[in-house]
Structures are given as C-alpha cells and as structure tokens.
Design a protein around this ligand. Sequence first.
Ligand SMILES: [Zn+2]
Length: 617
Amino acid sequence: MKTISRRAAIQCLLSLLPSPFIIPSPTERVLLAVPKRKRAFKHSDVVFSFVFSPEEYKMWHGTLLYGWCGAPATKDEIPKYLDRQKKSLEVGVPEGASISGFSGNLSWFQEQDPDWKEALWRDSDDHLLTYPWVRPPDPFPPEKGEICTNHPKFVEKKLAETDLAMAIKPYAFHVDDPLGTATVLRIKGCFCKYCMKGFRDYLKKAMSSDQIEAAGIHDIDSFDYGKFLKSRTDRPLAYEFENFQLRSSVEHIRQVMDYVRKKRVATIPVGANAPVVGAHIVFAPYLDYIAAEIGTDATEMKFGGKPLLNYKMGDALGVAIAATGIYKDWVMLTNHDIPDLVRGWIAESYALGGNFIVPHKEWGFVQPPGKEPQSTAYPAKPEIIAPLYQFVRDDPELFDDYQAVTQVGLLYDYRATRLAGAGAQMPQTPEKQPVTLHEICLALANANIPFGMAVAGSEPLDHEMRLEDLAKYEFLIVQNPLMVRGKQRELLDVWTSQGKVIGWTDVESVRSRVRPLVAVEPARDIWALPRVNPDRLSFPLVCHVLNRSFDAKTEKMVVQKNIRVRLNKELFDGRKHDRCTLFMEKVPPASLPVQFKGDWVEVTLPELELWGILRFS
Ligand SMILES: [Zn+2]
C-alpha cells in the first residue's frame, strides 16, 4: 500500500486549504520547517575545522574534519593529501578539502596578465589596500598588493584549484573567505578597473535609465564610480555598490559550488566560513554548511543572544552551522582561560541544533605595535571540555534528525538589517536603529517562548520568504522599519490582515498573545528547549535544559537547584510522556518522576550545573 509521510500530508493540507483554516499543532509545524536539503552533518557530529593528528581527533571524540583542510597545490602533492586522509579515516574522521576565496598566488596573475597592477585592490583615491585586519605595508609596493577577485581570470583560477582539491575525493568542499573582494568594502574598496566596469554593468541591470539619471550619472557607459566620488563628501550609491560587490562574490561561489556538484558523482557537502547574520549572509543559499564566528562576546563575561540568533538563522535557511567563538575571544581566553564560558558555548550549540567546532588550538591573532601579525592558539583543556563531546557521542539518538519546536516566528528582513545597521558591518544609510534581533531572541528565550526565524531576502540574498516559512508559526514578530518588498511583502500583508503579525515592543507584547507551551521555575536564566523528530512519532520528545547563570567573579556556572520544567501536553503530539529520563555529562542517566497537572507535564531536576536533556517516553 502506498503511504504518505506526515510531512507530505501537512504540506498537502497547506496547499489545499485556505490558510486561515490551518491550525497545525506545534510539532506538526516542525514538519513544515524540515530543511529541503540533506543536512551537511549530523547534529551529534563532533566537528574539527583545522587539520590535526589522528591522536588529537581521538582525544576530543572527533567525527569529522570539514573546513580549513587545504588542498594539493600541484599534482605532485596529491599523494601527501591522500595519505593524510587515510590516516584520519582510520580513526573515523572523514576529511574535506578547501580552497581560498581570495585570488592569492600573485605570480600566476603576473604570468597571465601584463596589466596585473591595474587589478590590485585599491580605494577611490587609487591607494592600494590589503586585508582589513592587517596593517598596510609601508611603503606599499605593488608586489605586496592583492589581486581583485573581479579579475576576469579569477574564476578560471579557482576552478583549476577546485580540480586539484577534488582529485583527492574529499568528503566535503570548503571555500575559505568567500567574500573575496567584498572583504575590502569596509575599508572602502575596491575601485580597480574591473570593479568599475562591473559596477557599471550592474547598475545598467539593477536600475532604470531614469533612476540612473536621478543618481547624477549622465553617461552610464563612461561612468567611473571612483571619479564620481572624488568631487563629493557624501557617498551616494554606497548601498548599490555593496550590492554589486556582494553579488559578484556570490556568483563566484555559486559557480565554484556548481562545478563541485557536477564533478562529484556522490554528493558531498559544500560550505564556507561566513557570518550567518548581517550583510554577508548572502552565500547561505548555495551552501550546505557554514563555519561561523557566532558572537560569543567573552569580554562581557556572560552568555548573550548572538549565538542563539545564528543557530535559528541556520534552521531557517536549512544550513548546518559549525560554530566557533570570535577570534578576539580566543585571544582573550588564551591569556586568561575561562573554561566554563567555552563549555557554555558548546552546550548551547548542541541544545540549539548546532555543532560547536572543537576548540582545540583555536586560532586567533595579535599584531603588537611595529610587528607583523602573530597567530595565537587557545590551549583548551581536553580534560575539562572534552567530556561534553563525549556526552554528545554517548547518545547520538538524542540529537540526530531532531528539530526545534517553534511557536512564533521572528522576521529577519535582510534589506532592513543592511540599511538600519542591525548586524551589518558596512557603511550604513542613516535610519532609526531598531532593537537588535539578538536582543529579541534573548528576550524570547529567557521567557521560554519557542521561536524560529523567517528570512525575507532581497538583492543579493537569493532567499524568498514563502507561505510555508510563515505557516509554521502562530504569529510573526516584526519591527519597523519594514523593508520587505514584492511578493514577500504581499504575503506579509496577508498575514497582517489575518491578525498574525505582532509588532515588537517588548516580550510582554508576545507573551500576552500566545498560550504558554513551556514554563520553568525558577524563571531566571534557565532555557527549556523542546525538540522532536518531525518524521517519527515513535521517536521521543526531548527537552534540553540549559543553565545560563554564570558568575563573572568566580568565573564559574552558578549551580541551580530544584528546577521545575513544565511542558504543555500539546507539545507531545501523541508521543508518550509517562516517564522521563535525565541525561547529563559524566553521570549515568536517571529516571525523574513525571507529574500531570491539567494541561501540563511536569518534572523537577534536583540540580543543574550546565546542561541536561530530558527524554520522555
Ligand atoms: Zn577590484
């Protein structure tokens, strides 16, 4: 007999019924959130992103090496990489390959192009530029410059590098620094002749002739943006110029990833290191995973909301997040280690469906005055931190194929975040600053309101918010200024007319509209995060319980006692909940008594230092 999956049934319902009549249960809504692409790695995987020895992988219970693995630079180097790959596999760690998103290898371009000096990164005053994070050489000869990734031979060079990377049959393919030339936007680059031609062509496609004229461009065919800016103190067309540079980098990555997918018979995950929020999110639609610095804010000595926003964005975009701390935080911790902060980031990551990259010799860099940049390596203590990874590996079935239960959605309006500066890193058009999204995320999580993101894209983020992106939520939280346009705006307007949109003022504006599904006492600094396997009713509901209370003076977690976690029966969607088992690091699983009070299923955790997982059965 032909059967229909639960996911297909719900999606079928959606397509048949007018939307006001659809009231999916909280866990049915998770079905609508199932990513369209196969996840790049399992939720229980322990991911390395830099190459170490097989002994080091074993020490941390590693299961994958995706990220900065490098690739043969010549055919002669292929055997060396194959040998390394074989040794990693012997300890159960499949290894990827990576290429750089920058041009690199100046001599290659010098051989190919006699005019290579004209293709070096430069600002509108023709001063050469280097990477924003290093001090420019002084003096700055052309030989120390960087070739612009808008050079017409850039993609040809990247595809040749990709050929060598694929020759070792890697288990994943990664592009390091996919922004390429868009990296120097923040230091007002690049204005080389290829960028000037590219921007001209971009404006012709993106703007009407009237708009071009209104922007003060009288002859687009001879338009040179660098010269155009020279006579002015303001920076007109800055937004369009950013769009052009980002679009250009997105197209490069798309071409390289398409090439990888065509070359490899068996699909391998493709990824890059890029932010998952802000202007640079644009690569996500073309990637299976992103290695991201997630805003750990170690200097504030507390757990903030930025990592949460990152993981929720990964869920919304169907991209696996391999997370790490901000490099400055690793430098800080190298000088003064605070293991409980790192443990907190790891627990939070796995509880929210991410994979925190093993913090082994984690990279950072410093540049003392008058000296070259020096790399640093955070010496994490495996005896303190590795047991958390062991905990994940002990019971992978508590993690794999699980998804967060969500009740309300929070709109990520890409255009608004660019223009209003929430999360963007580039020159901004002045606008009223909205509340940052990570602060809203933090408020919702602290109130234990299950939520997810809905992403509305706009040039150059190729992601369109659709009906199913909204239908999985009871309400959508938005804030002004709203800059969603076109079909996405029409959809939003329908949602507004149906009373399903909440304008954010504070957490009470949401709490007063939704029925409570999760409650915790004491209510401070404890997150309860229910997750289900949307395709398998026979798989139990699990609820991660995270202690977020960190004492900056002692630099330790503050142990919490007698925590009552209450889950609305609705969350179980028919799944059993008569019994509850508590899983915690370093201790055997323990049975907890379950109490039923009206619509609530209640358990009490006697003590919580950092992280526990409740499994109901
Ligand atoms: Zn350029």
